[in-house]
Design a protein around this ligand. Sequence first.
Ligand code: PEP
Ligand code: MN
Length: 357
Amino acid sequence: MKMNLKEEIRTSKRPFVIAGPCSAESEEQVYETCKTITETNSASLLRAGIWKPRTRPDSFEGVGALGLPWLVNTGRKLGLPVAVEVANREHVELSLKAGVDVLWVGARTTVNPFAVQEIADALQGVKIPVLVKNPVNPDLELWIGAFERLEKVGITDISAIHRGFSVYKHPKYRNVPKWEIPIALRERLPDLPIICDPSHISGKSELIREVSQKALDLNFDGLMIETHRDPSNAWSDARQQVTPNELKQILTELILRNKTVSDSAEFPLNELREKINQLDDQLFDLLMARMRLSEDVGELKREHNITILQQEYWVEQISSRLGRSAEMQLSSVFIRQVMDAIHQESIRHQVKVMNVN
Ligand code: PEP
Ligand code: MN
């Protein structure tokens, strides 16, 4: 089925949902999972991994081309388009031949410009929608580079999937969301639809609703949620998959807030924003005054031939603020970031006066 995915995402009711198993395991598993997803009206595009990029070599690496007709036939029977992850020319060619409707580039592929270029070359002259997941590392340029490689070969129907970024042992997420990166992407490419993949961000099914809600509150266009008829026995990503009924439940519970401000909210919102603006102005006035004092300190240090960084003094300053974290109701991470930013700027001002002859 030829489709204009970008247009469908834009015009569908929010959120546009992509669902289906992490991996295709058997014809029956793909069909049964997708059938319930479709019957509960939970998705507009079905997914299943056929070739799986696994961290360790002894993990299940996907059923391979054998699974393509399972997914394509499922989609045809249920009347929905289907999507597959491709990582090289052979995957692209086999998927196109099998009649797959949408391709996606996985995070471990986006990270490698050679691989993205190989996929782009295989797509020269082909008209098919492509979804590009963010690279595993938080590199916005690399993500944008992948869109550009596809655009250069004539692919026009491109959307992005935000699936978070690799970290070593995070207490909450499998892949940290770093929301500022998809937000920056939206600033750079305002017409590009962005789908959130809460499954790979969360790594555990109980976190999917929270991450999905956050994505909607940040105006994401859609969600890709891994769905399996029997998650605990899934051959890959068992911990993060949900059943089709759980998917339905999550989607029902999501609150869709308006992207635009309603008339009744406009006045009080503007008033609050004005107050906040004034406080932000005051904060900058204070910072300016503070940096002037830093310059005085710099001059004094120069006269007495003392180094700029007085490590122990600074550590003391940070810990006294961190100690007031509860009282101020500010997170310790935030306090640390603010103190570090102030310190960096203060050093810049001191260096400026230190080095005048
Ligand atoms: C997937 O969607 O199954 C997958 C492998 O995801 P990612 O590329 O985000 O790791
Ligand atoms: Mn997966």
